[in-house]
Design a protein. Sequence first.
Lengths: 387, 96
Amino acid sequence: MTFYGYKRPDGRVGVRNYVLILPASVCASDTTRIIAQQVVGSVTFNNQQGCSQVASDQQLTMDVMAGYAANPNVYGTVVVSLGCENCQMDLVVKAIQERTNKPLKQVIIQEAGGTLKAVDMAVRYAKEMVAEASMLQKEEFPISELIVGTECGGSDPTSGLAANPVIGEMSDRIVAAGGTSILSETTEFIGAEHILARRAATPEVHDRIFEIVHRYEAALRLVGEEVREGNPSPGNKAGGITTLEEKSLGCIHKGGHSPVNAVYDYAKQVEAKQGLVIMDTPGNDPSSVAAMVAGGAQVVVFSSGRGTPTGNPIAPVIKITGNKLTFAKMEDNIDLDASPLIYGTKTLEELGGDLLNMVVETACGKQTKAESLGFTEMAIARVCNYV
Amino acid sequence: MRNAMIIDAKDNVAVAIEPIAKGDAAVYVCEGKEVSLPALEDITIYHKLATRDIAKGEPVVKYGEHIGVASCDIKAGEHVHVHNVEGHREDLEAKE
């Protein structure tokens, strides 16, 4: 199978062609919103972080920023910083250039002479970049170029019965075609980590799977908290999920049956053509999706039993549910109904094929429902309080 | 009519795939055979019911794996949820 995408100078292939207005910190986020509103074809997001963070938190923020700029759905980036934040412009630029050689411009608000001058400068840079981007023609590529992120949110028992197994079938086919699929949400491996570890391609990957789960539990215990406090959520329970273990056993179906070839830390760059890999992310949806997109995922597939609107600023997010009532109620938000698997009217192979076709169509440019509704929310994971 | 399903033959709970009223039969297929079991309570769609008696402290099994332990005795046909199951963190690395 093939799709039509955009070849980038670093060799990667995008499925969208945005100019990213990247706020280096919370203090630049309203400015980037104003800039992006002025330039059709540009995107931005609200970066709540970027300053007053401990080193490990700052690293998460830097990895998401650099990863977004490097994501192949982005043609080029205009970085906007205030000037005095911890995520200094030169650090952000260096982090981006370690990942990609795509077009990059910089605006520092305090040096530009305040908001209006910074907006003026950034809008001109962005307009020029969008004009260059618009000249780019799509080319045909094999689906081995795709990195697909997988996520579940607002889960209910149908996620484990239908939606996640269908994602797993699609994932296995992407892997068989030479592409890459990312399984995420470490909190939702708890109680199922042994099943994933059995599928590890090497003893190192086996040990890393247990390590990221134990590390996550230990980090929460440091502040006297326990992962079960908020997980399963009230909505998970109302839907019929009783324990975190039950939720996890449903969650890991998204990884299909392929061997696990690698484990990545949060938002680190994922190598293409790697088969099934795991990324250490929170169960929190926008911050987990953000990490996979920063890792290079061009498309995200997201299952939801309860129904969620979640999108992303630079990657299309495809929604799938296994709950026939939710699909009927929230069809405006959900792209694919996987409930026929539960009722025996469609097979796993058929639905996995339907989802794979949807991934390829989306890669070719078809808008997902989250895109058409304009959903771009995202979050960056964090370790502790501001300093 | 089939209104429930069991995921793994080792499971001691089935999932209602339609709402099941108290007294009605939950009907599911296990290892190729149709099984019918009276529901002792109303079962909300996609919630679980016990397919056999589960004693307090015994593991509750779904997907062929432990999803928690029974916090009280549960009778076959009863709703299985947060009121009678507790999560239980097992050392799965040691179990390997």
